[in-house]
Design a protein around this ligand. Structure first.
Ligand SMILES: *Cc1c(COP(=O)(O)O)cnc(C)c1O
Length: 462
């Protein structure tokens, strides 16, 4: 298995190279050259297996023998042993035919743990094999930063520097990052906003001279290994509900589209899926594209589901590549136009997407209603992202007989603000995090100056 770019002009890479690489040099994203197939028998044989074993079987063809089976199995088992539920990602039945797939039992209470617990260990493995070390830099407004830190805290060959805007991250989210006291974890509070932090990370990737030759790695959602890890829970949940003998549908609260694209890959590998529903908040580029063929940027809106606040859905490019029958030239032309002006999809690829994808947008006012309504009907307290999915699943599902699986992307305690706004008194943290507000914190406050941040990284990396 090799990996090619969605824009057709970057070098073809091995699995190891694709794990260590972020964006392709032609501006595209890496995807597998061919899509491995899970036969009816392969899927049927997964019934009753542990999550780690299903993960091993689903991901093995992508790893392509570049890690021996015993080592890879060990990496997978270790990654998912960090989850607090024995099922790793349990299904919770809400009513006759609507299920929540709880992806929030990892160390930071959101679904990004599923991918980042694996990615950190894969990076560490390949770096160790090469005798190299690497620096990870990222900016966060809350969510991804903590999942990346938890994924890397035990990695000998990685130093991680996460920038967050000083005093502009909720206390729970800050503490999930700053109470990790490992020697290779560096939290930097920037005296500025998220965009300042983001701009400094971008500038550091563009000119890496300050690192004196050390490798800089990104762990954002365009990394192929993150998609690969997320394919697994689509397969595992569908098998638990009767796949391959019975098809299912999925509804996914979406932003950069990495999560939903993984579901689409599971389907292309052979999983019977009737429908995918894309749930968005007011930042609705995916909904506008699918419903109105309006593929254009709009100004960012700050919502009560902040992890879905985006202008551009970076991983949507991977779906476009498939919709355009893997024509890299057509994808490049479309994305280049989209950079500068409103764009539209050609008729045939759009029609193809509409056969299996639907979409629904939920604004903040509706969201609060949905949290109350879902609690009244099911006794579940949904986090605001999951609530968006819950509503979209009910409004956009094409048939009531196919089981609907809505992905619960975060624990409500992580986004208590919206839950309190909806009229609830608050949400207790799960038992293993009860003492989060008493734990010791460590972080460094720096001015929003690129030179100061780069000096800090250069002096502290090991
Ligand atoms: C990141 C995130 C999302 C969006 O996922 P994408 O893969 O970017 O579409 C949704 N909900 C939560 C809680 C998240 O952290």
């Amino acid at each position: 298995m090799r990996y090619i770019s969605t824009r057709g002009q970057a070098p073809v890479l091995s699995f190891e190279e694709v794990v260590l690489t972020g964006m392709a040099s032609d501006g595209g994203l890496y995807v597998p050259e061919t899509i491995p197939q899970l036969s009816h028998e392969d899927l049927a044989a997964m019934a009753g297996l542990s999550y780690a074993e299903i993960a091993f079987r689903v991901m093995k063809p992508y790893v392509n023998g570049e890690i021996d089976d015993a080592t890879f199995r060990g990496i997978v088992e270790e990654a998912y042993a960090t989850f607090s539920h024995d099922a790793v990602v349990p299904l919770n039945q809400l009513d006759a035919n609507h299920f929540l797939l709880e992806l929030f039992h990892g160390p930071t209470l959101a679904f990004k743990d599923v991918a980042l617990q694996l990615l950190g260990r894969l990076l560490d493995h390949f770096l160790g094999k090469r005798g190299e070390r690497a620096v990870i830099m990222g900016a966060t407004s809350g969510d991804t930063g903590s999942a990346a830190i938890e994924g890397c805290r035990h990695c000998d060959n990685l130093d991680i520097f996460i920038l967050h805007p000083y005093q502009r991250v909720s206390e729970v989210q800050r503490r999930q990052m700053t109470t990790v006291l490992a020697d290779n974890v560096f939290n930097v509070a920037i005296e500025g906003n998220f965009d300042d932090a983001q701009a400094m990370v971008k500038a550091s990737f563009a000119d890496q001279a300050f690192l004196n030759g050390a490798r800089l790695v990104a762990v954002n959602s365009i990394n192929w290994a993150r998609i690969m890890a997320q394919i697994v829970y689509y397969v595992a949940s569908a098998v638990a509900l009767g796949a391959p003998h019975r098809p299912v549908s999925f509804c996914v609260p979406s932003a950069n589209f990495g999560n939903l694209f993984a579901g689409y890959m599971a389907h292309r590998m052979g999983l019977p899926v009737t429908q995918f529903i894309i749930a968005t908040n007011a930042n609705d580029i995916l909904h506008r594209t699918l419903a109105d063929n309006d593929f254009s940027k709009r100004e960012l809106v700050a919502t009560l589901a902040p992890s879905m606040d985006i202008v551009v859905s970076s991983n949507f490019e991977r779906l476009l590549f498939e919709a355009y029958d893997r024509d890299g030239d057509a994808v490049r032309a479309l994305l280049e136009r989209f950079q500068n002006e409103p764009a539209a999809l050609a008729d045939a690829p759009l029609a193809k997407l509409r056969e299996r994808f639907a979409s629904h947008r939920v604004d903040d006012a509706t969201l609060l209603e949905v949290i109350r309504e879902a609690h009244h009907r099911t006794k579940e307290l949904l986090d605001p992202h999951t609530a968006t999915g819950y509503r979209a699943a009910e409004r956009a599902r094409s048939d009531a007989r196919t089981p609907m699986i809505t992905l619960a992307t975060a624990h409500p305690a992580k986004f208590a603000e919206a839950v309190v706004k909806a009229g609830f008194s608050g949400v207790p943290l799960p038992a293993h995090m009860e003492d989060l507000l008493e734990r010791e914190e460590r972080y460094t406050v720096l001015p929003a100056e690129l030179a100061a941040v780069q000096r800090f990284v250069a002096e502290n990396r090991r």
